[in-house]
Structures are given as structure tokens and as C-alpha cells.
Ligand binder design. Structure first.
Ligand SMILES: O=C(O)CCC(=O)C(=O)O
Ligand SMILES: [Fe+2]
Length: 316
């Protein structure tokens, strides 16, 4: 079974009321049952997406590939005796783009290709930030929350929401059974938008105790919800476990954009979603906390179950 696909144009202005209602209901169901779905007709131009793929591939080849091949990780894997598995590492090359770090200028010279990378990724990030806003509004509506509820919660605490983009490559792995591409985890933050490789698969999501492929689909955007949406929705939208398998062939490109609360934002279940609102959220399991505190716990426990993280942050 493949993960669900949603035509996002059917929630937009051009859709009939019936089409819109049906698509909104589907998105609600996918958020509740999967925590993962793919958007097509999401409004981001094919031309931009093609450029993003090109500059990211070029960037990896020019700036990263050689280092990866010379990394201690590469050597550890080739030295590892058969039958063993490398623990606590991921077969992944990562750079992260932020608002004030649109490109990792410290590591790069002023090559033309890098300028293309920076400009294209800035354009892409602006589009993805808009898409995050639209997806959050759909979730507000489906959860019966006022418009912009989730966005305002993430932007609380006197700081703007965090918006980061992780550009990953999972190079072909000579011994894929001996290392993970990316170990299983749930995402800490809010709404995650993934532009994954058209061809090379490897991403899997856990549903009802079974792992499912997140099937590559040309120029689609995969949406998943993180731990903070689980808390805000009072458990209606659970963050799903996912992982990436290392693969023997092909270099998998995957660009994950995270729309997360600001570090100072206070996160708690929306009062509208807590039954018998007067009793207090503690009784229902999800704590109220500052997101920065959650992140300090997550930094130590990313690859562990989320429930102890909720417990830890409750005690802070
Ligand atoms: O690379 C991928 O496809 C998934 C990345 C991911 O799950 C993450 O960075 O949290
Ligand atoms: Fe993730």
C-alpha cells in the first residue's frame, strides 16, 4: 500500500464546494490515520522544482560528495565485520538552510553554481513557507479551530516561527543492511514538507505497526505532522514514526522544510479540543511547555519514543 495522495487544488478557489468539502475530509482522515500524505497540484511551479533538483544535485556533487566518501562514516562501514550494524549514525549528508543562513557561505567559495543554489533555494523556501501557511489553515479548519490558530501558536512568545530547510542526500551505500539511511523517529516540530527524490525511494512510515513506502512521485510534496501538532490537536493528529533505508544504488535527494514553533512559543493542547476544558490538560496526557525546552529534550532523545519526551518536558 502506498501513502495517500491529495490534489491540493481541490481546496483552493477554483474548486466546487462539494469537491472542497470532500478533499478537506480526506485530508482530515489522512492526518488522523497516517500523519503523512502527498500533495499534487500544490501550486509550486514545475519550473522552480526542476531548478531546485538541479542546483541541489550540482551542489552535492561539487561541494559534498568527495567529503562524504572520505568521511569517518564511510571508513567505519567498510571496516565493519559482516553481520554487524553501525548504530547511532545515519548514512546521510545534510546541510541546513535558515533565514539568516540561506546558504552555508563559510564552506563555499563564490562559485557561480553556489550563487544559483542560494538564489533558487531562497525562492523555493519562500514558496514552501506559503504552502505551510495553507496547510496549517486546512488543519485549523478541520480541527474546528479559528483561522490561523496553529500559525499564531507557533509564532507566540515574541519571536517568529522557526522555518528551516534541510537538504539531504543519501549516497549509494555499499552495505545497506549494515547502516540506516536515517534512523526511525518522529519529527519534533510542526508541519514538515518534503520534496523527495523522483526515483530513488527509501523513506518509510509506520502505520498500525507496519512500515509503508512513501512512494516517490515526481514533483509532489509530502506533508507530515510533528510532535507539536500532536500536542496542539490534543492527540487527534499523531506524529508518525518514519525512517529512511540506505540503498545500494542511486543517490537519494530529499529536501525537508520544517515549519516549527519559535523556541519561545508555549505549546499546549488547544482548549477547544480538550474535553471538559476546566479539568486541565495535565489530566489528558499532553503537557504545556515552552518549545525550546522540548527541543533540548529532543536533542538527546530524537530516536526514542515521544511519550517520555512529553513526560520530561512536563517536569521542567
Ligand atoms: O530525508 C527524508 O526523506 C526524511 C528526512 C526526515 O525524516 C527528517 O529529516 O526528519
Ligand atoms: Fe523526519
Amino acid at each position: 500500500m502506498a501513502i495517500p495522495v491529495v490534489d491540493f487544488s481541490k481546496v483552493g478557489n477554483g474548486a466546487s464546494p462539494e469537491e472542497r468539502a470532500a478533499t478537506m475530509a480526506l485530508i482530515a482522515k489522512h492526518c488522523e490515520e497516517w500523519g503523512f500524505f502527498q500533495l499534487v497540484n500544490h501550486g509550486i511551479s514545475e519550473e522552480l522544482l526542476e531548478r531546485v533538483k538541479k542546483v541541489c544535485t550540482e551542489f552535492f556533487k561539487l561541494e559534498r560528495e568527495q567529503n562524504f566518501k572520505q568521511s569517518p562514516l564511510f571508513k567505519s562501514l567498510s571496516d565493519l565485520p559482516d553481520g554487524q550494524k553501525l548504530e547511532n549514525v545515519d548514512w546521510e549528508d545534510v546541510i541546513t538552510l535558515l533565514d539568516h543562513n540561506e546558504w552555508p557561505s563559510k564552506t563555499l567559495g563564490f562559485k557561480i553554481s553556489c550563487l544559483h543554489f542560494r538564489d533558487t533555494m531562497a525562492e523555493y523556501r519562500a514558496e514552501l513557507r506559503k504552502l505551510a501557511g495553507q496547510v496549517m489553515e486546512v488543519m485549523d479548519e478541520n480541527l474546528g479551530l479559528p483561522k490561523s490558530y496553529i500559525k499564531n501558536a507557533f509564532n507566540s512568545g515574541g519571536e517568529e516561527a522557526f522555518f528551516g530547510t534541510k537538504v539531504s542526500h543519501y549516497p549509494p551505500c555499499p552495505k545497506p543492511e549494515m547502516v540506516n539511511g536515517l534512523r526511525a523517529h518522529t519529527d519534533a516540530g510542526g508541519v514538515i514538507m518534503l520534496f523527495q527524490d523522483d526515483v530513488v525511494g527509501g523513506l518509510e512510515v509506520l502505520k498500525d505497526g507496519e512500515w509503508f513506502d512513501v512512494q516517490p512521485m515526481r514533483n509532489s510534496i509530502v506533508i507530515n505532522t510533528g510532535d507539536q501538532v500532536e500536542v496542539l490537536s490534543n492527540g487527534r493528529y499523531k506524529s508518525a514514526w518514519h525512517r529512511v533505508q540506505a540503498k545500494p544504488d542511486g543517490n537519494r535527494r530529499s529536501i525537508a522544510s520544517f515549519y516549527n514553533p519559535s523556541m519561545k512559543a508555549t505549546i499546549a493542547p488547544a482548549p477547544q479540543l480538550v474535553e471538559n476544558g476546566g479539568v486541565g490538560v495535565e489530566a489528558f496526557g499532553y503537557p504545556e511547555f515552552v518549545f525550546g525546552d522540548y527541543m533540548s529534550v529532543y536533542a538527546e532523545q530524537k530516536f526514542d519514543p515521544k511519550e517520555p519526551r512529553f513526560q520530561a518536558v512536563r517536569a521542567m
